[in-house]
Design a protein around this ligand. Structure first.
Ligand code: ADP
Ligand code: TRP
Length: 315
């Protein structure tokens, strides 16, 4: 029996190398291992908390589907779908809402951060971990490959599974987060966590010019021979034993090291860019993949939801 793997990314803009090394690359590698039954989706209802523009949403969804295919997710082997196409996700989230308490959700990082900034938080954002728990638990997921910032959310999913099981009897499996230590938090060009919201990203499908611009903006005021922020990004693209000679030979020469980094990122990304542009030339085929993926996902999700409805006594 294969283990069940599930993960998603929000269609909130172009994915960056933090998303890729932290999570998306694992999707492809674990799928290729043949050991997992993979469900990879576009978390559009999660994105709706941040993005409330129909044209952009539509475009981002299509773009993310193309990105998934371009990194090598084979739609014949993995189920690729859009969250909003499978209404069981939001339905199960409601059922969980009736079990989860407000104080418990108030302990979530995302909520506490928003509160600390005195931001008025929408109910969808407050409820974010509950929808995410539904995404995960609906498929009897064993493993959830994500970056470090999502660890707490997977723990919420485990807690919610337990709470449901304690209340109604054993129904949900407790999932595990799969986080790879060396890439758990990929740093951005300013040394903080790479994130769309910090404007410190290197886009995964960046053109050579964009790569050069981003690399040149890497903050290098480390005052040491090795520019820490440059090196931290460089080691994603080349094994450290291969980097050693370059960095030894160019101590303090930040420009030379940045040029080498541009070269290495570009040779890594340019084949991906080409594959992406091929896939993007047939958007109808991409749409069909999502339609087919949704059918597969719905079959499984609806089966589970029907059992849950029976368990809670509404069916
Ligand atoms: P972002 O955080 O850029 O808005 P998402 O929330 O859509 O991106 O994240 C998609 C996946 O990428 C998640 O699994 C998340 O943990 C991972 N991820 C995002 N940023 C990083 C990072 N800097 N390092 C490692 N993983 C990351
Ligand atoms: N919250 C995740 C993120 O911001 C996206 C996501 C939504 C997800 N549902 C999920 C990830 C279920 C893994 C499993 O990146």
């Amino acid at each position: 029996m294969k283990k069940i793997l599930l993960s998603g990314v929000k269609p909130t803009g172009r994915p960056h190398i933090g998303n890729y090394f932290g999570a998306m690359k694992q999707f492809v590698e674990l799928l290729s291992s043949g050991d997992y039954d993979c469900h990879i989706f576009i978390a559009d209802y999660h994105a709706l908390n941040l993005l409330q523009n129909a044209t952009e949403m539509r475009q981002n969804i299509l773009d993310l589907a193309i990105d998934y295919l371009a990194i090598g997710l084979d739609p014949h082997k993995a189920t690729l779908f859009k969250q909003s196409d499978v209404s069981a996700h939001t339905e199960l989230a409601w059922i969980f809402d009736t079990l989860v308490t407000m104080p418990y959700l108030m302990r979530a990082h995302a909520y506490k951060d928003a509160e600390a900034k005195n931001r008025e938080i929408n109910v969808g954002t407050f409820n974010y971990p509950v929808l995410m728990a539904a995404d995960i638990l609906l498929y009897d997921t064993d493993v959830v490959p994500v970056g470090q910032d999502q660890k707490q959310h997977v723990e919420y999913a485990r807690d919610i599974a337990q709470k449901f099981n304690n209340t109604f009897g054993n129904t949900f499996k407790e999932p595990e987060a799969l986080i790879i230590e060396s890439v758990a938090t990929v740093p951005g060009t300013d040394g903080r966590k790479m994130s769309k919201s910090y404007g410190n990203t290197i886009p995964l499908f960046a053109s050579r010019d964009e790569i050069a611009k981003a690399v040149m903006s890497i903050v290098t005021d480390s005052g040491s021979d090795i520019p820490a922020n440059v090196y931290a990004i460089h080691k994603l693209f080349k094994p450290e034993n291969e980097l050693k000679d370059t960095y030894d030979a160019n101590k303090g020469k930040y420009k030379v090291l940045k040029d080498a980094l541009i070269e290495d990122i570009d040779s890594y990304i340019s084949p991906l860019r080409e594959i992406r542009s091929d896939i993007a030339s047939d958007t109808e085929a991409v749409r069909q993949i999502l339609i087919h993926g949704a059918e597969m996902a719905r079959e499984r999700a609806n089966g589970k939801l029907n059992k849950v409805k029976n368990t809670i006594g509404v069916a």
